[in-house]
Design a protein around this ligand. Structure first.
Ligand code: IMP
Ligand code: MG
Length: 201
């Protein structure tokens, strides 16, 4: 597991972004950067464009799944060229583990009335698919007019529920990643990039 309790200055060392040549501060618990802030920004804009085209002339309700989705949801909202409202739900998470517990509960429900509305469920990462599946079933019971899904990251090879998000940013291999909202035990959400967490087995 990653090392904790070190002096803050020991967590950082500089590295170069191979693509842009810019200096990047790589966290000492991060093995490798998968997506830089620039790459994420570009891809989120593309997703926002595609969603805006597909929902042209409609009003859209984005429902984000807490907590990891916050940076993605905010950035996605700002790229949409549509009238939108948004809300958040929270489902039970991995807690202190990097492996899904296999059961998911709704901890916080939507406050908006979504019946008859066009709803886009927004998730940070789809791994086994259980969280997204549970969220879909839950929102369906509220009778939205339409319901689609959007995830920033898609760990396609790990599915236990056959589900593919309608929109997704990047497909990644079976790695535990942190940053841009994604956490390990509530750490690393603030990193501007998405990187693979060092796991000492
Ligand atoms: P699933 O239910 O197995 O699809 O897992 C989805 C949830 O697990 C996501 O909403 C994340 O909060 C968390 N998760 C899955 N993989 C990762 C990862 O690599 N890093 C951080 N969180 C993850
Ligand atoms: Mg999480």
């Amino acid at each position: 597991m990653p090392v904790t309790g070190r002096a803050l200055k020991d967590f950082w060392h500089n590295t170069k972004n191979a693509r842009t040549g810019k200096d990047v501060q790589l966290h000492a618990d991060v093995k490798e950067i998968l997506f830089t802030a620039d790459q994420i920004e570009t891809r989120v804009k593309e997703l926002g464009h595609n969603i805006s085209v597909d929902y042209r002339g409609k009003m859209l309700v984005l429902v984000g799944i807490l907590n990891g989705v916050k940076p993605f949801l905010n950035d996605l909202l700002s790229t949409l060229n549509l009238p939108v409202s948004h809300d958040l739900i929270e489902l039970s998470s991995y807690g202190q583990s990097t492996v899904s517990s296999g059961t998911v509960h709704v901890l916080k429900d939507v406050a908006l009335d979504i019946s008859g509305k066009d709803v886009l469920l927004v998730e940070d990462i789809v791994d086994t698919g259980l969280t997204l599946h549970t969220a879909i079933e839950h929102l369906r019971s509220r009778k939205p007019g339409s319901l689609k899904t959007c995830a920033l990251l898609n760990k396609q090879t790990r599915r236990s529920v056959a589900i593919t998000p309608d929109y997704y940013g990047f497909t990644i291999p079976d790695l535990f990643v942190v940053g841009y909202g994604l956490d390990y035990a509530e750490n690393y959400r603030e990193l501007p990039y998405i990187g693979e967490l060092k796991i000492n087995k």
